[in-house]
Write a protein that binds this ligand. Structure first.
Ligand code: HEM
Length: 199
C-alpha cells in the first residue's frame, strides 16, 4: 500500500518537484527574455514571486489548519518544512541572478538592499540548515522556535517593504502586498472554540 511519504507531492519528493519546476521556470524566463540586463531583472522578479508563494504557504500553514482543518491545509502543515526549503531554493536563484546583475551588468545595489537583504539571506540559510529534527534536538525546542519565529517575521518584513513600496507607485503590486498582510493577520486570529453540544 502506498504511504504518504511515497506520494509525489509529499516530503522530499515534493522538494525535488519544486526545485525542478523552479529550474524550468528560470530556463523559460532566460530563454524568452535572454541573459542581458532586462532578462536578468525579469528572472529576479519571477523568483521573487515564486519565493513569495512558497514562503506564504509555509508561513500560513499552521494558522490555516487551525482555522480550517481540511485535506489541503493538513497537506500544507505536513509539508511545511519542504515548502520552506522550496522557498530557500527559489531565493537562491534570486541571489544568483542578483550576483549576475552585479558581475555582468555593473549593477550597484543600494546599501539598504545589501544590509537588509543580506541579513535576510543569512536568516534563510540558518532556517534551511536548522529545518531538520536533529537541529531541533541540538538547539533545544525553545531556541529553535525563537530562531524560526524571528527569521520568518524578518523575511516577511523584507517582502512587505519590497512589494508594499512598489504598490505605492503601481497597483499591480497590491495583490502580493495584500497576500502578505492577510498571511500575517490570520496568525493572530484565535482558534474557534469547539462547541460542546448539551447531552
Ligand atoms: C530576504 C531577502 C530578499 C527578499 C525577500 C527579496 C524580495 C524581493 C522582492 C519581493 C522583489 C520585487 C520583485 C518584483 O518587482 O516583482 C525584489 C526585487 C529585487 N531584488 Fe530582492 N529580495 C531580497 C534580497 C535582495 C538582495 C540582497 C538584493 C541585492 C543586493 C536584491 C536585489 C533585488 C533587485 C535588484 C530587485 C529588482 C529587480 C527589478 O525589478 O529589476 N534582493 N526582491
Amino acid at each position: 500500500m502506498a504511504t504518504r511519504t511515497d506520494s509525489w507531492n509529499e516530503g522530499g519528493r515534493l522538494l525535488v518537484l519544486l526545485m525542478a519546476a523552479l529550474l524550468v521556470m528560470s530556463a523559460i524566463v532566460l530563454g524568452i527574455a535572454g541573459t542581458d540586463e532586462d532578462g536578468t531583472r525579469m528572472l529576479i522578479r519571477a523568483t521573487a514571486r515564486s519565493s513569495l508563494l512558497l514562503f506564504v504557504a509555509a508561513f500560513a500553514a499552521s494558522s490555516l489548519v487551525r482555522l480550517r482543518p481540511a485535506p489541503t491545509t493538513r497537506w500544507a502543515i505536513r509539508n511545511r518544512r519542504w515548502l520552506g526549503l522550496g522557498f530557500a531554493f527559489s531565493h537562491l536563484i534570486h541571489l544568483i541572478a542578483i550576483l549576475w546583475l552585479i558581475g555582468a551588468h555593473d549593477f550597484q545595489p543600494p546599501m539598504r538592499s545589501i544590509v537588509g537583504g543580506g541579513i535576510g539571506y543569512v536568516l534563510i540559510a540558518l532556517l534551511a540548515a536548522t529545518s531538520f529534527d536533529a537541529a531541533v534536538r541540538k538547539l533545544g525546542a525553545r531556541n529553535w522556535k525563537r530562531l524560526h519565529k524571528f527569521g520568518v517575521w524578518y523575511i516577511w518584513l523584507i517582502f512587505l517593504f519590497s512589494y508594499g513600496g512598489r504598490a505605492a507607485a503601481d497597483p499591480l503590486y497590491l495583490p502580493p502586498t495584500l497576500l502578505l498582510v492577510a498571511a500575517a493577520a490570520i496568525r493572530f486570529v484565535p482558534a474557534r472554540k469547539k462547541t460542546i453540544s448539551p447531552t
